[in-house]
Design a protein around this ligand. Structure first.
Ligand SMILES: NC(=O)c1ccc[n+]([C@@H]2O[C@H](COP(=O)([O-])OP(=O)(O)OC[C@H]3O[C@@H](n4cnc5c(N)ncnc54)[C@H](O)[C@@H]3O)[C@@H](O)[C@H]2O)c1
Length: 374
């Protein structure tokens, strides 16, 4: 029962907001006065939050991580619709999922798609993802990753779809003060790419309170590996910015040598240390995130990394071991904004979602090599 003081506070709050709707939780002395839109979204999210997820919109599902996840979703009988503009993705990687070619920031298209299909949730992979390009052209990154992202979540809220899994990044941390780095660490992105990922995470937090949007943001560390037997891997026709494909290009003789960006970091051999996580382990994390959203509302953030870091030289050694080829290399200057060490503390996702990485570095490199050779 509510006590008298609470009841009087309730009336005062209600009088101050005559257009609001009063929600009283009768079991405890708590209340809220909400504007109609927020009240409606809350009701919708309550109705949806315990609903089993079956049909999913996947933006960027033709891309590297998206396509592996789409495959796993289809294997587990989820109904999947991929929305991708094929700027870096491959149409054939979508498999038997329904495919819509288009931009995730196109408001008319989004309204149409959300009206025609009845989604239970959205996975948002699509983004502009090159760190160096983001420094040279931040406008493109804010436009795509923030403005485009807002169009997407607005369309979701409008359609009453209130569950989202978002591809965030370890780039939100910037130069970490501690290693391995946990989700509670301060975020100081050192480039517009990381900044726009953090910005969208924050948008999701505010949309949760105001519109009942529930989300899981997965902060991936370095995605790597492939599934060559299913025709899946990174897009080999693009210029590689990630280390493992670049080293494999050198192993294949496609490039004459690999440039190591700096060997004067405070690490065991002076080169940068990163946490490489197999793309299939990332895909598995997405399925667990969906399960989380079936039972839990609110805003959730998880690191997805193995907790084990490898230096650039260790990666080159392992590639030589797996491929049996010599890799010519030269030491170059540091790249601006490259932290020396970026390794995940992934205890939270292991504890709360039961995620565990299944693949080690050797299988990451072997599968990438098989894919690159094809
Ligand atoms: N690869 C990594 O190591 C890594 C690490 C951290 C986070 N991420 C995040 O994971 C997500 C997927 O990355 P990826 O490596 O698979 O990249 P990717 O380039 O292979 O995939 C992105 C997909 O989105 C599509 N796309 C891009 N802009 C679009 C738009 N405006 N409308 C519709 N489709 C669009 C592309 O065609 C592509 O299919 C991104 O959000 C990225 O920031 C990746």
């Amino acid at each position: 029962m509510l006590d008298n003081k609470t009841i009087s506070e309730l009336y005062q709050a209600f009088a101050a907001s005559p257009n609001g709707f009063l929600i009283v939780d009768s079991g405890s002395p708590s209340f809220a006065v909400l504007p109609y839109k927020a009240y409606k979204a809350l009701r919708q999210s309550q109705a949806n939050s315990s609903k089993k997820i079956n049909k999913i919109l996947v933006t960027g599902g033709a891309g590297y991580i998206g396509s592996h996840t789409v495959r796993l979703l289809r294997e587990q009988n989820y109904e999947v619709v991929v929305l991708d503009n094929l700027s870096t993705g491959r149409g054939e990687a979508v498999g038997d999922a329904k495919f819509i070619e288009g931009d995730f920031s196109d408001r008319d298209l989004l309204d149409r798609v959300f009206l025609e299909e009845r989604f239970d949730a959205v996975m948002h992979f699509a983004a502009s993802i090159k760190v160096d390009e983001s420094v040279a052209n931040p406008a493109k990154y804010y436009e795509s990753n923030v403005v485009g992202g807002i169009n997407l979540v607005n369309a979701m809220v409008k359609a009453g779809v209130v569950r989202l899994v978002f591809s965030s990044s370890a780039a939100v941390y910037g130069e970490p003060q501690i290693s391995p780095i946990g989700e509670e660490s301060v975020c100081h992105p050192t480039n517009p790419y990381g900044e726009t990922k953090l910005c969208f995470e924050n948008i999701l937090k505010w949309y949760s309170g105001a519109y009942g949007l529930s989300s899981v943001s997965l902060r991936y560390f370095n995605a790597a590996g492939a599934l060559p037997e299913a025709g899946l891997g990174y897009n080999r026709s693009l210029d590689h910015t990630h280390l493992i494909p670049r080293v494999l290009d050198a192993a294949l003789g496609k490039t004459s040598e690999i440039e190591v960006f700096g060997n004067d970091y405070d690490t065991s051999d002076g080169t940068c240390i990163r946490d490489y996580v197999h793309v299939l382990d990332l895909a598995a994390a997405h399925i667990l995130a969906l399960t989380k959203l079936e039972t839990d509302s609110g805003t959730h953030i998880y690191n997805v990394g193995t907790g084990r870091g490898y230096s650039v030289l260790e990666i080159i050694d392992e590639v030589m071991e797996v491929t049996g080829r010599m890799i010519p290399m030269k030491i170059g200057a540091r790249r601006a904004g490259d932290p020396g060490r970026l390794v995940a503390n992934s205890q939270k996702i292991q504890r709360e979602l039961g995620w565990k990485p299944e693949y080690d570095l050797k299988s990451i490199i072997q599968s990438s090599w098989d894919w690159q050779k094809q």
